[in-house]
Design a protein around this ligand. Structure first.
Ligand SMILES: Cc1cc2ncn([C@H]3O[C@H](COP(=O)(O)O)[C@@H](O)[C@H]3O)c2cc1C
Ligand SMILES: O=C(O)c1cccnc1
Length: 339
């Protein structure tokens, strides 16, 4: 951020009728959002959550507590308004769109569903790369078109969520590969595995990493080899949103791994990202520490779908209201700090 503007924003907040620094994270968020929008009077307009959905080949290897069919079933649930993210977006006053990036089901046309299907599910990366280079590029290309459409509705803040049974497995391997960290630090219980099932998940994923040991760790190679279509599309959309000066709301573990790829592709988007919550999924805390991120919330959640974004959004709205609406010491005639 331009240091002159940053100083002006900080000065505006410091002039508000409150002890210096007393609004803690709200001040930090107000500075960041003002910086993203390059203004002393920021605004969060037409906020949207995008839930990217995709089926994963690896889900057929016993790595999730739930069957692969749940991915399509949950998309139908999103479209009927019954999932956690539907409830939370309604609470937060945010719009919701579901993006079919590559679900193994034919939904036809439906209100609230964007059809950007690349293929009916990725290949199982235990045997072969999850996607081709062309499919990975297609995800990123389609994501750009999608963000352009969303921006056309006047939206300047997007929350990124996902749905894809097996995607904590994909995310764990991607994190391990990108950060060169032991897989055991990156693998967690996902939808809720027992200790025995978790040991199986780790063994399967170790095997997959060995199989692709020769693959490089660039964002695109990692996405192509292990990612889901929903993750590649999410990463592409984050890049496009950052380039447009939008606020990027990052959800839990899987969304943060997609962000790790996005920021590898376009490092400048780091200024635009707000980490909405710290998930209970094992790798997330380590990943947030690596990114030097301070998550807004810590609620013991491990769901995904963009739920952390919808819950953090009212806090962001409050941060923006503080910088825009609070009186200053001068305007309210309140005395400033003496010592
Ligand atoms: C009913 C249901 C709703 C969900 N909503 C999000 N997820 C979350 O769980 C999945 C990842 O966990 P794993 O890697 O263990 O499969 C993703 O779909 C994620 O969005 C759900 C999972 C289930 C079962
Ligand atoms: O942190 C997440 O996003 C998460 C964790 C477990 C399962 N699904 C999503």
């Amino acid at each position: 951020m331009d240091t002159l503007l940053k100083g002006q924003i900080q000065a505006k907040i410091d002039q508000k009728t409150k002890p210096l620094g007393s609004l803690g994270m709200l001040e930090r968020l107000a500075v960041q959002i003002s910086g993203i929008q390059q203004t002393l009077t920021p605004a969060l307009n037409n906020p949207q959550i995008l839930v990217f959905a995709g089926s994963h080949g690896i889900a057929n290897s016993g790595v999730s507590a739930y069957p692969p069919a749940v991915t399509a079933q949950m998309v139908l649930n999103f479209l009927q308004g019954g999932a956690a993210i539907n409830v939370l977006t309604r609470q937060a006053g945010m719009a919701l769109q579901v993006v079919d990036a590559g679900v193994d089901f034919d939904f036809g046309a439906a209100k609230g569903l964007v059809n950007m299907k690349v293929r009916r599910g990725t290949r199982n990366f235990l045997e072969e790369p999850a996607m081709t280079t062309q499919e990975c590029s297609l995800c990123i290309e389609r994501a750009r078109t999608l963000v352009q459409q969303v921006a056309g509705t006047g939206c300047n803040v997007i929350g990124f969520g996902e749905m894809g049974i097996g995607n904590t497995s994909a995310a764990s391997v991607m994190m391990s590969k990108r950060l060169q960290r032991p897989l055991a630090d990156c693998v967690g219980m996902g939808t809720g595995l027992s200790d025995v099932q978790l040991a199986h998940k780790l063994a399967i994923l170790e095997q997959a990493m060995d199989r692709h040991a020769a693959v490089g760790n660039s964002p695109l190679e990692v996405l192509q080899t292990f990612g889901g279509y929903e993750m590649a599309m999410m990463a592409g959309a984050m890049v496009a949103a950052g380039e447009r000066g939008m606020v990027i709301l990052v959800d839990g573990f899987i969304a943060t791994v997609a962000y790790l790829c996005a920021v590898g592709i376009a490092p400048e988007i780091a200024d635009n990202a707000i980490f909405c919550h710290e998930s209970e999924e094992k790798g997330h805390r380590i990943l947030l520490q690596y990114l030097q991120a301070q998550p807004v919330l810590q609620l013991g959640m491990r769901l995904g779908e963009g739920t952390g974004c919808a819950l953090a959004f009212p806090i962001l709205r409050s941060a923006v209201a503080i910088i825009n609406e609070m009186a200053s010491f001068d305007s309210a005639g309140v005395n400033q700090k003496e010592i």
